[in-house]
Design a protein around this ligand. Structure first.
Ligand SMILES: [Zn+2]
Length: 400
């Protein structure tokens, strides 16, 4: 068997008055997902173990069948893997945001977690200067994209509480500084680097560069995942534009397939991703994961109409070509699901069950006339308490 997992990030939602009491998935015209549902199995599973934060880091591990409670070590180590960094055993990775604060970073107000979505060029100049001035044999800095960078500190403070800067917009920095064993050291470094960034930007950058501080969070040691080949029985490839998801693919030993025009946003190249999926499945891979960030972005914008449209595009441009191939080849298993809920009403991630549809050519499925693939119809189907359980079912692990 060959496996195609299509992950529509944050697709699951709630009934919305704007859509006549329907969810975006329920209201969307999705003939191909519906066909999968009519010939396959629908159901729900819980991608976010209780006590963990809802996000694509935890949720994507689940969608690939890994237990996040066992394998998740933090957000930064996953992003570091996405940048191609190798962490040693005693390394601790931290996400370093370039941010805009009012006042001092240790005693001010967080104005923008992204420094105005700083341009990659300006960010590269600033991070290069940070490297020159602050790198030691113990502490290193790595350039990511826009406001997202990585700091690696050998035996750096690990058992501390940090706060994502996007959670404290317009709030006091002082109340959300790193806390716990060794946190003062991290705060000192944050203050020193921030002081430098403010000076550097005012001297060397254009007036439209809004970065004046850095913020460390998401710390963790290297994550070690068993390779997908062990579970799926062959090579895997991941089609994703977002560094975080690319990082999970890298840690899982998957090849990354780049698609021109894939943006990680609602304007992504949907048909390019669909074509790439077919190429991967035809190219000797046993597992293809296609990640589309668009529904999550629409959810963050609180726009049900846009979210519905992104789901329709995924159906027509990604699911359709994979389904065509599955009709032709008879050995392709298709799973369409998502990593977490991003309800338009709250504009952020939420925990709880998400829907899935599984099409498996070798399984006998009692014929169904028609079914609309959505949260409601999936609640009447099978239920799995974790992604690990779902993937065991997908690959029929007990039978093999
Ligand atoms: Zn999101």
């Amino acid at each position: 068997m060959r496996y195609c997992i299509i992950q529509a990030d944050g697709m699951a939602d709630e009934p919305l008055p704007e859509l006549g009491g329907r969810t975006p998935l329920e209201a969307a015209h999705t003939p191909y997902m519906n066909e999968l549902a009519a010939r396959g199995v629908v159901g729900t599973f819980n991608p976010i173990p209780s006590g963990m934060d809802s996000g694509s880091d935890v949720g994507t591990l689940s969608v690939l069948g890994y237990d996040p409670a066992k394998y998740y070590t933090g957000r930064a180590p996953i992003e570091a893997a996405g940048l191609g960094l190798h962490l040693e055993r005693d390394d601790v990775a931290y996400r370093m945001n370039l941010v805009t604060v009012e006042g001092d970073v240790l005693n001010g107000v967080m104005k923008d977690y992204s420094a105005g979505h700083i341009s990659p060029e300006a960010a590269a100049t600033i991070v290069a200067a940070i490297k020159v001035n602050f790198e030691t044999s113990e502490i290193r800095f790595f350039k990511g994209l826009s406001y997202r960078h990585i700091m690696v500190w050998r035996n750096g403070p690990l058992n501390i509480t940090t706060t994502p800067p996007h959670d404290i917009t317009d709030r006091s920095t002082q109340e959300h500084l790193p806390r716990g064993n060794g946190a003062e050291e991290l705060c000192t470094l944050m203050a020193e680097v921030s002081f430098f960034v403010r000076e550097f930007v005012s001297r060397h950058c254009h007036g439209d560069v809004k970065a004046n501080a850095v913020w460390f969070w998401g710390q963790g040691r290297a994550a070690v995942l068993p390779p997908v080949s062990r579970v799926f029985g062959g090579r895997g490839a991941i089609i994703a534009a977002v560094d975080l998801v690319k990082g999970i693919g890298a840690l899982a030993g998957m090849d990354h397939v780049k698609v021109r025009g894939a943006t990680g946003d609602v304007d992504t190249n949907y048909s390019g991703k669909g074509k790439a999926a077919v190429e991967v499945l035809e190219g000797g891979y046993t597992l293809c994961m296609v990640h589309v960030e668009a529904p999550d972005e629409a959810g963050h914008r609180g726009d049900p109409y846009l979210k519905k449209e992104t789901i329709e595009l995924i159906d027509a441009e990604v699911v359709a070509p994979v389904l065509r191939l599955a009709h032709e080849k008879k050995d392709i298993v298709v799973l369409v699901t998502c990593d977490h809920r991003t309800p338009c009403r709250i504009r952020t991630h939420a925990t709880g069950d998400v829907p899935f549809v599984l099409y498996h050519p070798a399984r006998r499925i009692s014929a169904q006339t028609s079914i609309n693939f959505c949260e409601k119809s999936c609640r009447k189907g099978v239920h799995f308490s974790s992604g690990e359980e779902l993937i065991n079912y997908v690959i029929d692990r007990k039978v093999r």
